[in-house]
Design a binder for this molecule. Structure first.
Ligand code: SF4
Length: 341
Protein backbone atom coordinates (compact mmCIF):
# COMPACT_ATOMS: atom_id res chain seq x y z
CA UNK A 1 0.00 0.00 0.00
CA UNK A 2 1.54 3.30 -1.01
CA UNK A 3 0.95 5.91 1.69
CA UNK A 4 -2.58 7.28 1.31
CA UNK A 5 -2.86 6.05 -2.27
CA UNK A 6 -6.46 5.00 -1.82
CA UNK A 7 -7.70 7.74 0.43
CA UNK A 8 -6.47 11.26 -0.17
CA UNK A 9 -8.34 12.48 2.92
CA UNK A 10 -6.51 10.12 5.25
CA UNK A 11 -4.12 12.00 7.50
CA UNK A 12 -0.39 11.57 7.11
CA UNK A 13 1.26 9.96 10.14
CA UNK A 14 4.63 11.51 10.94
CA UNK A 15 6.90 9.55 13.25
CA UNK A 16 10.47 10.04 14.35
CA UNK A 17 12.65 9.38 17.37
CA UNK A 18 15.81 10.67 19.00
CA UNK A 19 18.16 8.47 21.00
CA UNK A 20 18.32 9.11 24.72
CA UNK A 21 22.07 9.54 24.83
CA UNK A 22 24.34 12.51 24.29
CA UNK A 23 23.28 16.10 24.02
CA UNK A 24 21.10 17.57 21.31
CA UNK A 25 23.14 19.64 18.91
CA UNK A 26 22.44 21.81 15.91
CA UNK A 27 22.70 18.77 13.62
CA UNK A 28 19.82 17.03 15.43
CA UNK A 29 17.84 20.24 15.62
CA UNK A 30 18.08 21.34 11.99
CA UNK A 31 18.23 17.79 10.65
CA UNK A 32 15.18 16.51 12.51
CA UNK A 33 13.52 18.43 15.36
CA UNK A 34 12.85 21.58 13.32
CA UNK A 35 10.92 19.38 10.88
CA UNK A 36 8.95 17.88 13.79
CA UNK A 37 7.72 21.31 14.82
CA UNK A 38 6.62 22.19 11.29
CA UNK A 39 4.69 18.93 10.93
CA UNK A 40 3.06 19.42 14.32
CA UNK A 41 1.35 22.59 13.11
CA UNK A 42 -0.09 20.91 10.01
CA UNK A 43 -3.75 19.99 10.66
CA UNK A 44 -3.54 17.17 8.10
CA UNK A 45 -0.87 15.34 10.03
CA UNK A 46 -0.83 13.15 13.16
CA UNK A 47 2.55 13.38 14.88
CA UNK A 48 4.35 10.75 16.96
CA UNK A 49 7.72 11.72 18.41
CA UNK A 50 9.51 9.37 20.72
CA UNK A 51 12.63 9.04 22.79
CA UNK A 52 14.44 6.00 21.45
CA UNK A 53 15.65 4.70 24.79
CA UNK A 54 15.69 1.07 23.60
CA UNK A 55 18.03 2.11 20.79
CA UNK A 56 20.24 3.79 23.38
CA UNK A 57 21.39 0.52 24.96
CA UNK A 58 22.70 -1.29 21.88
CA UNK A 59 26.34 -0.57 22.73
CA UNK A 60 26.38 -0.05 26.48
CA UNK A 61 23.74 -0.21 29.20
CA UNK A 62 24.01 2.65 31.67
CA UNK A 63 20.70 2.79 33.57
CA UNK A 64 21.14 6.23 35.17
CA UNK A 65 22.30 7.82 31.93
CA UNK A 66 19.56 6.37 29.77
CA UNK A 67 16.88 7.44 32.25
CA UNK A 68 18.33 10.95 32.49
CA UNK A 69 18.71 11.07 28.70
CA UNK A 70 15.06 10.09 28.22
CA UNK A 71 13.91 13.00 30.37
CA UNK A 72 16.48 15.40 28.88
CA UNK A 73 15.36 14.71 25.31
CA UNK A 74 11.75 15.19 26.37
CA UNK A 75 12.73 18.61 27.73
CA UNK A 76 14.52 19.39 24.44
CA UNK A 77 11.35 18.49 22.54
CA UNK A 78 9.42 20.94 24.71
CA UNK A 79 12.09 23.64 24.36
CA UNK A 80 11.99 23.27 20.58
CA UNK A 81 8.24 23.86 20.60
CA UNK A 82 6.72 20.38 20.55
CA UNK A 83 3.42 20.42 22.37
CA UNK A 84 2.05 17.24 24.02
CA UNK A 85 -1.45 18.53 23.21
CA UNK A 86 -0.63 18.46 19.49
CA UNK A 87 1.96 15.68 19.20
CA UNK A 88 2.11 12.28 20.86
CA UNK A 89 5.38 12.30 22.80
CA UNK A 90 6.46 9.03 24.38
CA UNK A 91 9.35 6.77 25.31
CA UNK A 92 9.91 3.61 23.30
CA UNK A 93 10.14 1.61 26.54
CA UNK A 94 6.47 2.41 27.28
CA UNK A 95 5.38 0.19 24.39
CA UNK A 96 6.46 -3.45 24.90
CA UNK A 97 4.54 -4.45 21.75
CA UNK A 98 7.24 -2.71 19.68
CA UNK A 99 9.66 -5.44 20.77
CA UNK A 100 7.07 -8.05 19.85
CA UNK A 101 6.61 -6.53 16.39
CA UNK A 102 10.37 -6.30 16.04
CA UNK A 103 10.59 -10.05 16.70
CA UNK A 104 8.02 -10.79 13.99
CA UNK A 105 10.05 -8.67 11.58
CA UNK A 106 13.31 -10.30 12.76
CA UNK A 107 11.90 -13.56 11.45
CA UNK A 108 11.30 -12.00 8.02
CA UNK A 109 14.67 -10.28 7.51
CA UNK A 110 17.85 -12.13 6.59
CA UNK A 111 21.07 -11.72 8.58
CA UNK A 112 23.04 -10.41 5.54
CA UNK A 113 20.44 -7.66 5.07
CA UNK A 114 21.19 -6.16 8.48
CA UNK A 115 24.85 -7.19 8.63
CA UNK A 116 25.54 -5.23 5.44
CA UNK A 117 23.92 -2.03 6.65
CA UNK A 118 26.46 0.81 6.87
CA UNK A 119 25.65 1.68 10.49
CA UNK A 120 26.43 -1.85 11.64
CA UNK A 121 29.75 -2.04 9.85
CA UNK A 122 30.83 1.36 11.21
CA UNK A 123 29.75 0.68 14.79
CA UNK A 124 31.13 -2.86 14.78
CA UNK A 125 34.55 -1.60 13.71
CA UNK A 126 34.42 1.15 16.34
CA UNK A 127 33.46 -1.28 19.12
CA UNK A 128 36.12 -3.76 18.09
CA UNK A 129 38.74 -1.00 18.04
CA UNK A 130 37.76 -0.33 21.68
CA UNK A 131 38.15 -4.00 22.54
CA UNK A 132 34.40 -4.70 22.88
CA UNK A 133 32.20 -7.06 20.89
CA UNK A 134 29.21 -5.88 18.91
CA UNK A 135 25.86 -6.91 20.40
CA UNK A 136 22.97 -8.66 18.67
CA UNK A 137 20.94 -5.53 19.51
CA UNK A 138 23.32 -3.42 17.43
CA UNK A 139 22.87 -5.81 14.51
CA UNK A 140 19.08 -5.80 14.61
CA UNK A 141 18.29 -2.26 15.73
CA UNK A 142 17.17 -1.22 12.21
CA UNK A 143 14.48 -3.90 12.55
CA UNK A 144 13.30 -2.34 15.81
CA UNK A 145 13.30 0.98 13.97
CA UNK A 146 11.04 -0.58 11.33
CA UNK A 147 8.73 -1.68 14.17
CA UNK A 148 8.74 1.89 15.55
CA UNK A 149 7.63 3.20 12.16
CA UNK A 150 5.19 0.49 11.11
CA UNK A 151 3.75 0.05 14.62
CA UNK A 152 1.85 3.32 14.19
CA UNK A 153 1.65 2.94 10.40
CA UNK A 154 3.89 5.96 9.94
CA UNK A 155 3.79 7.47 6.46
CA UNK A 156 6.44 10.19 6.78
CA UNK A 157 9.66 9.74 8.73
CA UNK A 158 11.83 12.84 9.25
CA UNK A 159 15.44 11.63 9.36
CA UNK A 160 18.94 12.68 8.41
CA UNK A 161 20.29 11.53 5.04
CA UNK A 162 22.43 8.90 6.78
CA UNK A 163 19.29 7.23 8.19
CA UNK A 164 17.41 7.03 4.90
CA UNK A 165 18.31 3.40 4.30
CA UNK A 166 16.65 2.47 7.60
CA UNK A 167 13.36 3.85 6.26
CA UNK A 168 14.01 1.85 3.08
CA UNK A 169 14.28 -1.30 5.22
CA UNK A 170 10.93 -0.49 6.86
CA UNK A 171 9.40 -0.09 3.38
CA UNK A 172 10.83 -3.45 2.31
CA UNK A 173 9.46 -5.15 5.42
CA UNK A 174 6.02 -3.55 4.94
CA UNK A 175 5.97 -4.59 1.29
CA UNK A 176 7.02 -8.15 2.13
CA UNK A 177 4.46 -8.47 4.94
CA UNK A 178 1.63 -7.07 2.80
CA UNK A 179 2.36 -9.45 -0.06
CA UNK A 180 2.51 -12.53 2.22
CA UNK A 181 -0.24 -11.76 4.72
CA UNK A 182 -2.44 -9.10 3.11
CA UNK A 183 -2.27 -5.32 3.19
CA UNK A 184 -1.72 -4.02 6.70
CA UNK A 185 1.15 -1.55 6.53
CA UNK A 186 1.45 1.67 4.56
CA UNK A 187 4.83 2.21 2.93
CA UNK A 188 6.65 4.98 4.81
CA UNK A 189 8.72 7.66 3.09
CA UNK A 190 11.74 9.48 4.51
CA UNK A 191 11.67 13.26 4.85
CA UNK A 192 15.31 14.30 4.75
CA UNK A 193 16.39 17.21 6.95
CA UNK A 194 19.29 19.61 6.42
CA UNK A 195 22.76 18.09 6.58
CA UNK A 196 24.74 20.10 9.11
CA UNK A 197 28.48 19.67 8.57
CA UNK A 198 31.12 19.95 11.24
CA UNK A 199 32.84 23.34 11.44
CA UNK A 200 36.14 21.71 12.33
CA UNK A 201 36.66 19.39 9.37
CA UNK A 202 34.78 17.13 7.03
CA UNK A 203 31.76 15.04 7.90
CA UNK A 204 28.57 15.50 9.81
CA UNK A 205 28.32 17.41 13.08
CA UNK A 206 28.53 15.05 16.04
CA UNK A 207 29.72 12.04 14.11
CA UNK A 208 32.92 12.80 12.28
CA UNK A 209 33.77 16.03 14.02
CA UNK A 210 35.83 14.59 16.83
CA UNK A 211 33.07 15.41 19.29
CA UNK A 212 32.88 19.13 18.49
CA UNK A 213 29.23 20.09 18.29
CA UNK A 214 27.01 23.13 18.77
CA UNK A 215 24.57 22.26 21.55
CA UNK A 216 21.15 23.83 21.07
CA UNK A 217 21.54 25.66 24.37
CA UNK A 218 25.18 26.64 23.83
CA UNK A 219 26.32 29.84 25.60
CA UNK A 220 26.74 32.85 23.31
CA UNK A 221 30.49 33.20 23.96
CA UNK A 222 31.08 29.51 23.28
CA UNK A 223 29.13 29.71 20.02
CA UNK A 224 31.21 32.71 19.00
CA UNK A 225 34.43 30.82 19.68
CA UNK A 226 33.34 27.80 17.61
CA UNK A 227 32.15 29.83 14.62
CA UNK A 228 35.06 32.26 14.52
CA UNK A 229 37.62 29.43 14.70
CA UNK A 230 35.86 27.31 12.05
CA UNK A 231 38.05 25.82 9.33
CA UNK A 232 37.86 27.63 5.99
CA UNK A 233 39.03 27.06 2.43
CA UNK A 234 42.78 26.36 2.82
CA UNK A 235 43.36 28.36 -0.40
CA UNK A 236 42.59 31.56 1.54
CA UNK A 237 45.84 31.66 3.45
CA UNK A 238 45.88 35.48 3.21
CA UNK A 239 43.03 37.99 3.22
CA UNK A 240 43.83 38.88 -0.41
CA UNK A 241 43.68 35.26 -1.65
CA UNK A 242 40.43 34.38 -3.44
CA UNK A 243 38.63 31.32 -2.09
CA UNK A 244 36.17 28.69 -3.24
CA UNK A 245 33.00 28.46 -1.10
CA UNK A 246 32.58 24.84 -2.20
CA UNK A 247 35.62 24.02 -0.09
CA UNK A 248 34.34 25.70 3.05
CA UNK A 249 31.70 24.56 5.54
CA UNK A 250 31.10 28.15 6.63
CA UNK A 251 29.61 28.64 3.16
CA UNK A 252 27.41 25.57 3.73
CA UNK A 253 26.15 27.21 6.93
CA UNK A 254 25.29 30.34 4.93
CA UNK A 255 23.16 28.19 2.63
CA UNK A 256 21.23 26.78 5.60
CA UNK A 257 21.04 29.71 8.00
CA UNK A 258 21.51 32.93 5.98
CA UNK A 259 19.28 34.92 3.64
CA UNK A 260 19.65 34.66 -0.13
CA UNK A 261 21.30 38.10 -0.22
CA UNK A 262 23.78 37.05 2.44
CA UNK A 263 24.64 33.86 0.53
CA UNK A 264 25.27 35.89 -2.64
CA UNK A 265 27.37 38.40 -0.69
CA UNK A 266 29.45 35.69 1.00
CA UNK A 267 30.10 33.64 -2.12
CA UNK A 268 31.00 36.60 -4.33
CA UNK A 269 33.11 38.17 -1.59
CA UNK A 270 34.95 34.89 -1.03
CA UNK A 271 35.70 34.33 -4.71
CA UNK A 272 36.91 37.89 -5.39
CA UNK A 273 38.54 38.30 -1.97
CA UNK A 274 36.54 41.44 -1.22
CA UNK A 275 35.61 40.10 2.23
CA UNK A 276 37.69 38.37 4.86
CA UNK A 277 36.80 35.07 6.49
CA UNK A 278 36.04 36.78 9.79
CA UNK A 279 33.52 39.11 8.05
CA UNK A 280 31.95 36.04 6.50
CA UNK A 281 31.82 34.07 9.76
CA UNK A 282 30.34 36.99 11.69
CA UNK A 283 27.21 36.85 9.51
CA UNK A 284 26.85 33.11 10.16
CA UNK A 285 27.35 33.80 13.87
CA UNK A 286 24.62 36.46 13.85
CA UNK A 287 22.17 34.07 12.18
CA UNK A 288 23.02 31.13 14.43
CA UNK A 289 22.67 33.30 17.53
CA UNK A 290 19.24 34.45 16.30
CA UNK A 291 18.22 30.79 15.96
CA UNK A 292 19.74 29.57 19.21
CA UNK A 293 18.92 32.47 21.60
CA UNK A 294 15.21 31.59 21.95
CA UNK A 295 16.05 27.88 22.25
CA UNK A 296 18.57 28.66 24.99
CA UNK A 297 16.03 30.72 26.88
CA UNK A 298 13.29 28.12 26.51
CA UNK A 299 15.67 25.33 27.50
CA UNK A 300 16.42 27.15 30.76
CA UNK A 301 12.68 27.21 31.46
CA UNK A 302 12.05 23.54 30.68
CA UNK A 303 15.12 22.48 32.69
CA UNK A 304 13.14 23.59 35.75
CA UNK A 305 10.19 21.28 35.01
CA UNK A 306 10.25 18.54 37.67
CA UNK A 307 10.96 14.97 36.52
CA UNK A 308 7.50 13.98 37.73
CA UNK A 309 5.84 16.28 35.18
CA UNK A 310 8.12 15.07 32.40
CA UNK A 311 7.29 11.46 33.32
CA UNK A 312 3.59 12.34 33.21
CA UNK A 313 3.93 13.65 29.63
CA UNK A 314 5.69 10.43 28.61
CA UNK A 315 3.09 8.34 30.42
CA UNK A 316 0.15 10.01 28.66
CA UNK A 317 1.87 9.82 25.27
CA UNK A 318 2.81 6.20 25.91
CA UNK A 319 -0.80 5.20 26.62
CA UNK A 320 -1.99 6.87 23.42
CA UNK A 321 0.71 5.42 21.17
CA UNK A 322 0.53 1.98 22.79
CA UNK A 323 -3.16 1.66 22.02
CA UNK A 324 -2.41 2.12 18.31
CA UNK A 325 0.60 -0.20 18.30
CA UNK A 326 -1.28 -2.92 20.20
CA UNK A 327 -4.02 -2.98 17.56
CA UNK A 328 -1.50 -3.17 14.71
CA UNK A 329 0.59 -5.89 16.38
CA UNK A 330 -2.53 -7.90 17.31
CA UNK A 331 -3.64 -7.84 13.68
CA UNK A 332 -0.16 -8.74 12.40
CA UNK A 333 -0.01 -11.73 14.77
CA UNK A 334 -3.47 -12.94 13.78
CA UNK A 335 -2.45 -12.90 10.13
CA UNK A 336 0.75 -14.77 10.92
CA UNK A 337 -1.16 -17.51 12.78
CA UNK A 338 -0.05 -16.27 16.20
CA UNK A 339 -3.20 -15.30 18.11
CA UNK A 340 -3.24 -14.46 21.82
CA UNK A 341 -4.84 -17.67 23.21
S1 SF4 B 1 35.19 33.87 2.90
FE1 SF4 B 1 33.64 32.64 3.92
S2 SF4 B 1 33.21 31.00 2.46
FE2 SF4 B 1 35.15 31.91 1.84
S3 SF4 B 1 36.72 30.65 2.81
FE3 SF4 B 1 36.31 32.40 4.14
S4 SF4 B 1 34.77 31.65 5.58
FE4 SF4 B 1 34.79 30.27 3.85
Amino acid sequence: MEANMNDQKQKEVVLSGIRATGSIHLGNYSGAIQQFVKFQDDPDVDCFFFIANLHSITEKIEPDLVLKGTRDITRVFLAAGLDPEKSTIYAQSSIPELCELSWLFNCMVTVPTVANMPHFKEKKDLMQSRGTKETAGLLTYPILMAADILGVNGTIVPVGKDQEYHVELARDIARSFNSKFGDLFTLPAASIGDFIPSLQGSGKMGKSSGGQTIAINIAADELKKIVLTAMTDPARARRTDPGDPRNCNVASYHHIFSSTDEVTWAEAGCMNASIGCIDCKKVVLKNLEALIAPLRERYEEVARIPDKEIDEILHEGGIKARKIVMAVVGEAKERMGLPFF
